[in-house]
Design a protein around this ligand. Structure first.
Ligand code: FUL
Length: 481
């Protein structure tokens, strides 16, 4: 096996593929912090304050669906240790609040609403727990696994377990916990075989910031770093940002997967990036931050940068004290959803010609978009051209995907068009992966050439969609050559 075959042998597992197909999903930070106006609670809060009188998980689902997101991850327990479900593991839970006279269960309410609206449910269960007396002792893992088991067995299918690495045990004068991550993963997978493990976990990689930025070239095939999860968690323990950066250089590197970078390593894994960001300044709701709700342009820029740049997008919307998403946030979600849907409707049909110029039967533009894979008739060559012909239209974007069962192979590509015998370059790109959206200058034409200039052996494309103008163009999001 040569080096390129070795890289190409890293492919997504079934659980990663489910999330890759979802691409865009929501985070909901809701807890006692919502009522105390904090981002990090200390675990000593008076639970009588928790009483979301109009809580409506269906309202959350409608808004999330309107934005074309495919699931919701709920903070079942944040760092303060307060549990939103009827747990047997602690008294620090919803049963000791006035909400529904202690009989409420917000995980159950959200699970039912997600089912009704066709959304997937994910769970955030903070490893760091500022309330549990056993945190930092040998007994804590049993306690945590007990909570995880309740959540994994009582609420139907869970698509993702989100393991936050944040920890400030020193703030409470406590010993930092050494987590048994293997045990956590095993427990989750035992009850939820389709669950993807994210953040301090092996399936989905934290992109390395919370501001909505993916790298210019986001690779899925990266070196197998040693116990990355524990590294991240350990590094966050003492809250020293510089130390944190040094200890988990892997998630902060600009280049995690180019051919040059990979040449220094021996083992490789499929590890797609997830961009987590809040629609507002904080992760939790604070009235004073109502003015910080991101603009449509900012959200669409994040969308094109992440979903359009081979990454997953996890967008947080925090409910207020009533237990509802605010009108402003709901409006934004509707607006971005409209743009996302509109782009899909602008897809042009036409005929596709293969690398050797021949028309591939059954591989019209439509068909390739339906998930069939276009593979080359002859293996290795200098560059691979695919030509699309369609009725003359003004176009300004192309949506591409590789069939990731063959790994992520494309390293460099260009979009061109033949204008009366003259080739005009429209876009110059690097990676494609499971989703690339290339937005370029409006051009009137009846053809498009996808030229794959460098790839790790022959590329396997399963989507080329040319779109007419009319889709969203972020202020700084169009490549002008
Ligand atoms: C961080 C946490 O400390 C924040 O409160 C939030 O949950 C964010 C998603 O992750 O590490």
């Amino acid at each position: 096996m040569d080096r390129l075959d070795l890289y190409n042998s890293a492919v997504p597992n079934a659980r990663q593929k489910i999330v890759q197909d979802m691409r865009f999903y929501a985070f909901v930070h809701f807890s006692i912090n919502t009522f105390t106006n904090k981002e990090w609670g200390n675990g000593k809060e008076n639970l009588k304050r928790f009483n979301p009188k109009e809580l409506d998980t269906e309202q959350w689902c409608r808004a999330v669906k309107a934005a074309e997101m495919k699931g919701i991850i709920l903070t079942a327990k944040h760092h303060d240790g307060f549990c939103l479900w009827q747990t047997k593991t602690t008294e620090h839970s919803i049963k000791n609040t006035p909400y529904k006279n202690g009989k409420g269960d917000i995980v159950a309410e959200l699970a039912a609403a997600c089912k009704k609206y066709g959304l997937k449910l994910g769970i955030y269960l903070s490893p760091w727990d500022r309330n549990s007396p056993c945190y930092g002792t040998d007994g804590y893992m049993d306690f945590y696994i007990g909570q995880l088991t309740e959540l994994m067995t009582g609420y139907g299918d869970i698509f993702m377990l989100w393991l936050d690495g944040a920890c400030g045990a020193h703030l409470d004068g406590k010993q930092a916990q050494v987590y048994d991550f293997e045990r956590i993963y095993k427990t989750a997978l035992k009850y939820q075989p389709n669950i993807a493990l994210s953040n301090c976990a092996p399936d989905i990689r934290w992109v390395g910031n919370e501001s909505g930025k993916a790298r210019k070239s986001e690779w899925n095939v990266v070196p197998k770093f040693d116990s990355a999860a524990q590294n991240i968690a350990d590094a966050q323990k003492d809250g020293d940002a510089e130390k944190f950066k040094k200890r988990c250089t892997d998630v902060f590197l600009d280049d995690m997967g180019s051919r040059e970078f990979l040449s220094g390593y021996k083992e490789f894994v499929w590890y797609p990036a997830e961009v987590d960001v809040s629609i507002r300044k904080g992760w939790f709701y604070h009235k004073l931050q109502d003015f910080t709700v991101r603009s449509v342009d900012n959200l669409m820029k994040i969308y094109y940068n992440s979903v359009g740049g081979n990454s997953l997008l996890l967008l947080n919307i925090p409910p207020d004290k009533k237990g509802l998403f605010c009108a402003k946030d709901v409006k934004r979600l509707e607006e971005i959803g409209q743009w996302i849907r509109k782009e899909r409707e602008l897809k042009i049909s036409g005929i596709m010609y293969g690398y050797d110029g021949e028309t591939k039967e059954g591989f019209g533009v439509q068909n390739i978009a339906d998930g069939k894979t276009f593979s080359p008739s002859s293996a290795e060559r200098e560059s691979y051209d695919i030509v699309l012909k369609f009725d003359k239209s003004a176009i300004d974007r192309v949506r591409l995907s590789e069939n990731t069962d063959y790994s992520q192979r494309i390293e460099s590509f260009e979009l061109l068009t033949d204008l009366d015998g003259e080739l005009k370059s429209l876009y110059i790109g690097t990676v494609v992966g499971f989703c690339k959206i290339a937005v370029f200058e409006r051009t009137e034409t009846d053809n498009l050439i996808l030229r794959i200039k460098q790839s790790r052996k022959e590329p396997y494309i399963n989507r080329i969609e040319v779109c007419k103008v009319g889709g969203y163009v972020p202020k700084k999001g169009r490549q002008v050559l």
